[in-house]
Structure formats: C-alpha cells, structure tokens
Design a binder for this molecule. Structure first.
Ligand SMILES: O=C(O)c1cc(=O)[nH]c(=O)n1[C@@H]1O[C@H](COP(=O)(O)O)[C@@H](O)[C@H]1O
Length: 285
C-alpha cells in the first residue's frame, strides 16, 4: 500500500491554488437568527449546507466549530458528520475545530474519532489543546501522520486570557507557547526532510496576539484566528508573523458569515477577505 499524501502537502497545494483562507462554519445562535433560521437542528443544517454550497469549491479550508453542532446533541453531531463529508467531497480541506486534549489513552480515542479512515467524523485535520502536556497528544500526532491528516495545536490563542498560561515561563527557560512551537518544529522535521513543502503539524497563533517575540518557524502551518469579529485585521498579520507569513492560514468566521444567508454574498465576502489577506501576506513575504 502506498503511503497517503501528507496533510501538509495537500494544504500547501490548496493554499497555493485557492489562496490562504480558512472560513469558519460557526453557527452562532445570533447568526441563525440573522439568517432568518430557527435555533434548531433544521436551522443548523440549512446554515451549514449554505456555507458548504457557497464556499467549499473555492476556499482552501473550511473549519466547522464542533461546539455549535454539539449544542443540539446527537442530531447536531449528525449534521456535523454530513457537513464534514459534503465539504470534503466538494473539494475543501476540513479542519474540525474540536480542541480536544486528554491523557494519552483517551487521546487515542479522540484521534480515532477525528483522524481515522472511515470514522463518521473523520476530517483532514483537527484542533487539539496541549494543556495536559504535549506528549499526551502523541496518539493524535501519530495517527495523523499515518493517515495523511493533520493536527493543529493551540500555542498563542487569540483570546486575551490565553497569555496567563501561554506566556508563562517554564523551568526549562522558554515560555509554555514557545515549548509547544519547538515541539511542533521537531514534529515536522521528518516530513520536511523527505521533501514536503509544508509539515502536517500546525500551531494556532491568533492574529490578535501582536509581537510576541516567539519563534514561529515550525515548518508547518500557522492557523491565525481572530481576523474580523475579534478585532484583528489582515494588516496585523505581518507584525505577528514576520518572516513566517508564507505559512499563515488566516481564519475568518463571523466576519464572513454575517454576510449570509445568500451564497453569492458569502462568496463575495470571502473573496474580499482573501484579497485583503493576499495584500498583506504578499507585502510582508
Ligand atoms: O482553534 C481555533 O480555531 C481558535 C483558536 C483561537 O485561539 N481563537 C479562536 O477564535 N479559535 C476559533 O476560531 C473561530 C473564530 O471565529 P470568529 O471570531 O467568528 O472569526 C472560532 O471557531 C474559535 O473557536
């Protein structure tokens, strides 16, 4: 059996062909209302279907936020399963935003849920939290590598509370966030040595975090949420990412979704975001 193409290689190609934009599928109750939809499973499904119809053939990555689907219990999770499958078959890479993290033996079950061939919720990549220690993520990292899928690890999150943990200095010297970034660089080394253009193991670094002094060159993608509703703009990206701009995958959720429910309006909003992002990524690259 030939090895599956690594996620990082697939992501690099998608970012080059479609532009580096990840659009969130975040069905907030307020957005359901603004789109004239019920705050129920029917509204959830209509919302997710509309985003997939409008954008899955155009943007590099769609990022459904699991919480907004889990809110409706098993029927909401069933909508998430269908959304992931539909977006992937329309050509988008799907980053399932679940932010899981647990002891290694439980992490193995989360990995099986999101990164295993044939799992109902299998996506191209998943977000994880390293708060139980980077090593606890090993089952997800290994399964992702084996299956040509990816993992995005929280490093410098976009929310103002994140710094109290992530900027703490460890006994070994660097900050907690830098320790995560350093481990990700090691994680990506083998793929890069084998000639991959981008590693499969990404970090989450908010577009809101400003100049942190962190060394962000991990050889893998840098998911940058926070553009739009959280106050960052594309103009912030060069300051945050410096010479790693070429690896940045900015995420926009509400900043695009608020322009729905018409697919053409969502497409136009995503195109405006993509153009704005390209302007600043190119200028700093
Ligand atoms: O992992 C994430 O995607 C994430 C990490 C982070 O540091 N900050 C952050 O906002 N997110 C997610 O990114 C999305 C941001 O959505 P908007 O603020 O609507 O653009 C939400 O789904 C958040 O859960």
């Amino acid at each position: 059996m030939t090895a599956p193409e690594p996620f990082g290689t697939r992501l690099r190609r998608a970012m080059d062909e479609r532009g580096p934009l990840c659009v969130g599928i975040d069905p907030h109750p307020s957005l359901l209302a603004a789109w004239g939809l019920g705050d129920d499973v029917g509204g959830l499904e209509r919302f997710a279907d509309t985003v997939v119809e409008a954008l899955a053939e155009r943007v590099a990555v769609l990022k459904p936020q699991s919480a907004f689907f889990e809110r409706f219990g098993s029927r909401g999770v069933a909508v998430l399963e269908r959304t992931v499958a539909a977006a992937r078959s329309a050509g988008a890479l799907v980053l399932l935003d679940a932010k899981r993290g647990d002891i290694g033996s439980t992490m193995a079950a989360y990995a099986a849920a999101y990164l295993d061939e044939g799992a109902p919720l299998a996506a191209d990549a998943v977000t994880v939290s390293p708060y139980l220690g980077y090593g606890s993520l090993r089952p997800a990292l290994d399964l992702a590598r084996a299956n040509g899928r990816g993992v995005f690890v929280l490093a410098l999150t976009s929310n103002p509370e994140g710094a109290e943990v992530q900027s703490a200095v460890t006994a070994a010297g660097p900050t907690v966030a830098q320790g995560i970034l350093d481990r990700l660089r090691e994680e990506n080394a083998a793929e890069l040595a084998a000639g991959a253009p981008l590693g499969s193991f990404g970090a989450v670094v908010g577009a809101t975090v400003g100049e942190t002094g962190a060394e962000l060159a991990i050889g893998g993608p840098l998911l940058a949420p926070g553009v739009g509703a959280q106050g960052a703009t594309a103009a912030d990206l060069p300051r945050v990412f410096g010479d790693t701009l070429g690896q940045v995958l900015p995420n926009v959720g509400r900043g695009v979704l608020k322009h729905g429910p018409h697919p053409a309006a969502l497409r136009a909003a995503a195109e405006r975001e993509a153009a704005e992002i390209a302007r600043f990524l190119d200028s700093g690259a």
